[in-house]
Design a binder for this molecule. Structure first.
Ligand SMILES: [Fe+2]
Length: 371
């Protein structure tokens, strides 16, 4: 069978799927028989074309990867698998006849989850594969829990057609700003997710309040502010979202203590939340709303600089962002996808808060425009 240019032999004998990447038919045949006897479904890739694609489509629970492939280093293939969003959580076991410490270190650096030295003990091999496939099952369950949160976020966005696309843009803007200041891949990942999920807590705010176009009462405004706390709680059971929770809770905090929900000041506001705060304000000001048209990039930049001048936002973040913000606005980068489902959420108006207390949606634009 040919699959994405790779030759595959399929043995579908179980629920858990193992992919073997090795150029030796005799070796893979023996290994496949061993694993099939243990109840695993086994796929085999013999040649170089489309390994990543085959792994992505096969969705194996464990990859057994030969280090000494004729077409590439197994370390390079492993590194590629660990760098792709779709394949990075799949455990990879390197199969190697290389016993030196330097080879083991190279495997660790490439992101390998385990090693087996050829020739290996069949009992040890099957025990490790069983263990890693169990680990993958836990990972899958966590991903399922994340997908529930993402679904909630989609539900929130669907409630307000006027802000469609906001969270896709927010994610893209935030990642661009994060890259510009040299953040790590993990921090960029948190920004991408934070952009998508920052307002998920609005699922707990009634439509009558969330979508109200007239003046909010004091009680209603207090209720809207709760979306930061509700969102953080929704994600509290997921360790995989641990880096995103501060973004969700703090994205309306301001460095001068005028934000919410905790009135944090200065460095107490996480850097990632500050980044979301900056790009959130820019996007809110540069998109049309039912109560006003876009303010335009030039005006939005003035507003951001004003916020930085009065100490509400970090001036370095603001200046770094405004250096490329008009370009982003003219040619938005592709949406930062979460799996196959780009998420768009509601975001709006409170981001321009600062020196007023009881805003209505109209007033926020008006007050901001008057500053
Ligand atoms: Fe928000």
């Amino acid at each position: 069978m040919t699959w994405g240019g790779a030759k595959l032999m399929i043995r579908d004998h179980g629920n858990r799927r193992i992919l073997i990447v090795d150029d030796s038919p005799a070796f893979t045949e023996a290994l496949a028989k061993l694993l099939a006897a243990e109840g695993f479904a086994v796929d085999v890739v013999h040649d170089s074309d489309g390994v990543i694609e085959a792994v992505a489509r096969s969705a194996p629970d464990v990859v057994l990867l030969d280090v000494e492939l004729p077409w590439a280093s197994g370390f390079e293939v492993c590194r590629s698998l660990k760098q792709h969003d779709v394949t990075r959580l799949i455990p990879v076991v390197l199969l190697t006849g290389l016993v030196g410490r330097e080879h083991r270190l190279a495997g660790i650096e490439a992101g390998a989850d385990d090693f087996l030295t050829k020739p290996f003990d069949s009992s040890e091999l099957t025990a490790r594969v069983r263990s890693l496939s169990r680990l993958k099952r836990f990972t899958d369950e966590l991903e399922s829990a994340e997908s529930v949160i993402v679904s909630l976020a989609l539900t929130v966005e669907a409630r307000d057609a006027y802000t469609e696309g906001h969270c896709d843009r927010l994610s893209s803007y935030a990642v661009a700003l994060g890259r510009a200041i040299g953040l790590s891949p993990d921090e960029l990942s948190a920004l991408r997710r934070g952009g998508l999920l920052h307002d998920v807590g609005k699922v707990g705010i009634p439509d009558a309040v969330l979508l109200k176009h007239g003046r909010l009462t004091s009680d209603e405004y207090q209720l809207v502010k709760q979306h930061t706390i509700i969102g953080e709680r929704l994600c509290s059971g997921l360790r995989s979202l641990a880096a995103v929770r501060p973004i969700i809770r703090q994205h309306h905090e301001r460095l001068d203590g005028t934000g919410y929900p905790d009135g944090l000041r200065g460095s107490a506001v996480s850097l990632l939340a500050q980044i979301i705060g900056v790009v959130d304000a820019f996007d809110a000001m540069t998109t049309d709303r039912p109560y006003r048209a876009s303010l335009g990039a030039e005006r939005a930049i003035d507003e951001l600089r004003g916020d930085a001048a009065r100490g509400a936002m970090d001036s370095t973040l603001v200046e770094t962002f405004v250096a490329f913000a008009p370009e982003l606005l003219a040619a938005p980068p592709p949406a930062e996808a979460w799996g196959d489902s780009p998420v768009r959420l509601v975001e709006d108006r409170q981001c321009m808060m600062g020196d007023f207390v009881e805003p209505t949606w109209v007033e926020v634009a008006t007050v901001s425009a008057a500053r």
